[in-house]
Design a protein around this ligand. Structure first.
Ligand code: GAP
Length: 504
């Protein structure tokens, strides 16, 4: 599939101000990134659409905002202290460090198990050496991914704390308080957006594998006996999805099959209706923000991949031309694992009533990575149209919605253009550009993903009209200045039909 190389994408991100490696003036720090002016706007657009779609629009989901550092017992109860590990190998000659499974993958080995014994055997069988100096590698050793810190002035064991490796646990530890204060009845969900931190051994592929990143997570709580009673089933049952099950992978199949969610559930491939529903809702949102359907698939985790808390997990994967199919969201059935563990470790009763029945609910968890969604959006939008480089972002997530340009940088064009800029700026994110030829200004805006351009020309001064230019087709329409805010709103709100019409 066509698309940018990682170098092209990275260059665009840096040169247009989407993303910068953090601490670039000091040579950067691996796994940390800063979002520039366009990136900061785009994050807000993606995040607020996610919050609208999954929280505000619904009456069964509420949001919280938990702290990054919480009681350290949380991470003992959740299993992260014991089980949140990757395997590290070190070069005995130059000291370079690698994640064992990634190194094997780089050697073209399919990694089927994540245990020290298996990885050690595979490294030996395939005679894997240090890619930097050809030196011998150590045996794989477990490495916990959590960042640690100390709370208070003394760096003692008693003061040890962790930066959260997932936002989810704050939902579980606050579960009872949320349930009571928001007066929720099962089934219901709790959403959260925020930073997570993982001391990844080998951060790579730009923002894809970072050490500090943002998650957008929902824990959706259901009575364990009602995992197939989904009142919203009709909204998703007919959706066609591309799916690669664990069984297909175990048979050596690599291509996903297209089927409806109903077929996937009826054939037992997705074991509960609520899980299938959340796969459907997740895809609907990813389509809504503009990702191409054929570049998304749902892949089930094989047994050896499953996290310690999950009985079934599906990753939503996006096809990145420079690294293949990669996870942008995980959707797990975490059962009652977390609530039961917190109940056990805290000694507090975390069960709630469902009618007359007291239950510890099961949970389905759609967990998106904001940075990965943005990387997928930028990759997906990067197009060469008739020799022009265009960032064809959906209007919903484009960081700047409208560019305003005087055709020539002279009075009275500039004055009129500034007036229009200020009028639109009140409602939309707008860019004003008067530097260089109009062609260069359009090209700059096209690369920044600005969907619409408003140009003030000679006719504007005569009859009070301006042109609206569409980024992808360069088609132009003329509208009266007084109708401009309404027209721009209408186009942006109906982008799917407008872009189709304009693309046709
Ligand atoms: N609460 C479940 C959980 O954290 P996960 O699959 O480990 O599950 C969920 O993470 C999402 O977080 C992933 O699908 C991905 O989008 C994002 N994510 C995880 N690790 C990441 C990393 N190192 N850099 C960027 N995003 C990451």
């Amino acid at each position: 599939m066509e698309g940018p190389t990682l170098e092209e994408l990275t260059r665009l991100c840096i040169s247009r101000g989407f993303v910068f490696p953090s601490g670039r003036i000091y040579g950067g720090i691996a796994g940390f990134f800063d979002y520039g002016p366009l990136g900061a706007e785009m994050r807000l657009e993606v995040l607020s659409d996610w919050w609208y779609y999954f929280v505000r629009r619904r009456d069964d989901i509420v949001g919280i905002h938990g702290s990054i550092i919480t009681h350290p017992r949380t991470w003992e109860a959740s299993g992260h202290v014991e089980s949140f590990i990757d395997y590290l190998v070190t070069c005995t000659k130059c000291g370079a460090e690698y994640r064992a499974d990634h190194l094997l993958e780089d050697y073209g080995v399919e990694v089927k198990e994540l245990t020290a014994e298996y990885l050690s055997r595979m490294l030996k069988e395939h005679n894997v050496k240090c890619p930097k100096c050809g030196g011998e590698l150590s045996d794989p050793v477990p490495f916990n991914l959590m960042f640690t810190t100390y709370v208070g002035p003394k760096q003692t064991k008693a003061n040890l704390a962790y930066l959260r490796p997932e936002t989810a646990q704050l939902i579980f530890t606050n579960f009872k308080d949320i349930h009571i204060t928001a007066r929720l009845k099962l089934p219901f969900g709790v959403a959260q957006v925020g930073k997570a931190f993982r001391n990844e051994i080998s951060p790579r592929n730009f923002t894809f594998r970072a050490r500090e990143f943002e998650q957008m997570e929902i824990e959706y709580f259901v009575n364990p006996k009602k995992m197939n009673d989904c009142p919203f089933w009709d909204e998703v049952r007919g959706l066609e999805i591309n799916i690669l099950s664990a069984e297909m992978q175990e048979r050596g199949e690599k291509e996903a099959k297209t089927m409806t969610l109903e077929e996937a559930f009826d054939s037992g491939l997705i074991t509960t209706k609520w899980h299938a529903y959340w796969i459907g809702e997740s895809l609907k949102w990813l389509w809504r923000i503009g990702l191409r359907k054929e570049r998304l698939r749902v892949r089930e985790h094989v047994k050896t991949e499953l996290a310690h808390y999950a009985i079934q997990t599906f990753d939503v994967e996006y096809f990145f031309p420079f690294m293949g199919w990669k996870e942008i969201e995980g959707i797990s059935n975490r059962t009652d694992y977390d609530l039961k563990r917190h109940q056990e470790f805290s000694g507090k009763d975390l069960s709630i009533y469902d009618g007359d029945e007291k239950v510890i609910p099961y949970v389905i968890e759609p967990s998106f990575g904001l940075d990965r969604v943005i990387l997928a959006l930028l990759t997906d939008a990067y197009r060469i149209i008739e020799g022009r480089r265009v960032l064809s972002l959906h209007a919903r997530v484009a960081p700047i919605k409208v560019g305003v340009y005087p055709l020539v940088t002279k009075e009275p064009f500039v004055k009129k253009a500034r007036e229009i800029y200020l009028m639109l700026k009140d409602k939309f994110t707008v860019l004003y550009d008067e530097k260089g030829s109009i062609g260069r200004r359009y090209a700059r805006a096209d690369e920044a993903g600005v969907p619409l351009g408003v140009t003030i020309d000679g006719q504007t001064l005569e009859d009070g009209t301006v042109t609206i230019r569409f980024r992808d087709t360069r088609e132009q329409i003329r509208v009266k200045i007084e109708d401009l805010p309404k027209k721009v709103s209408e186009i942006l709100e109906n982008w799917d039909s407008y872009s189709q019409r304009v693309n046709a």
